[in-house]
Design a protein around this ligand. Structure first.
Ligand code: C5P
Length: 222
């Protein structure tokens, strides 16, 4: 049989990557965090001072960006031109700009092409915003995750606080709603629930239960 593709999409901080990672581990599939790729591009733009409205500069910059995933014992590192940027891409200065960068067509075209390549000839679980609609419209299984906005903000706040980032709850709420708005209203591959996606609202269920539900969906298609 051909390779399996599992697409997990949804709003920011819905716990997509937690479910995707657990599922990949259980099934021995490769987990790919597509959001990390957009974050790495954003970090590069910030560092190089790329003017996002200058299309030629954006296109030229994209040619110099090489992103790799390196699976390690506990976590997968993301490399931007050979440098491990796994921690920095999660910081607020990147989160604040990533949706603007992700709305640029040239950026999306480059990332989608890379993501499709990563899904060739191997079993993957990929999480993001447009995986089931644009990157892999023929994915074997599509999950669309949602959660109560308050629950999402609390989770993200706890995550950032644990990493020692000084951020207020208000800033987190503002960042999530800002990203969701841009992600769902952009012209190029906006965040949409695919018609054939299974909807998982995890506002009030724990991780084990989420994995159980998704595994049940997987059993139907395999
Ligand atoms: O998944 P994460 O929250 O890390 O993604 C960061 C941002 O990257 C999102 O808010 C969105 O703007 C962008 N993104 C995207 N398409 C994807 C994955 C992420 O536009 N497939």
């Amino acid at each position: 049989r051909k390779n399996f593709i599992i697409a997990i999409d949804g709003f920011s901080s819905c716990g997509k990557s937690t479910v995707a990672k657990a599922l990949a581990k259980k099934l021995h599939f490769v987990f790919i965090d597509s959001g990390a790729m957009y974050r790495a591009v954003t970090l590069y733009f910030i560092r190089q001072g790329i003017d996002m409205t200058d299309e030629a500069a954006v296109v030229a910059a994209l040619e110099n960006i090489h992103i790799d995933f390196v699976p390690n014992a506990e976590k997968t590192q993301i490399l931007l031109n050979e440098e491990d940027v796994s921690d920095e891409i999660r910081m607020m200065h990147v989160s604040d700009l990533v949706s603007e960068v992700s709305a640029i067509k040239a950026v999306r075209h480059a990332m989608v092409a890379q993501q499709q390549k990563l899904g060739k000839r191997r079993n993957i679980v990929m999480d993001g915003r447009d995986i089931g609609t644009t990157v892999f419209p023929d994915a074997d299984l599509k999950i669309f995750m949602t959660a109560d906005p308050r629950v999402r903000a609390e989770r993200r706040f706890a995550e950032l606080a644990a990493k020692g980032e000084t951020v207020t709850m208000e800033e987190v709420v503002e960042n999530l709603s800002h990203r969701d708005h841009i992600d769902s209203t952009r012209e190029e591959s906006p965040l949409r629930q695919a018609a054939d996606a299974f909807v998982l609202d995890n506002s009030s269920i724990d991780q084990a239960e989420q994995l159980r539900i998704v595994m049940e969906q997987y059993e139907h298609i395999k």
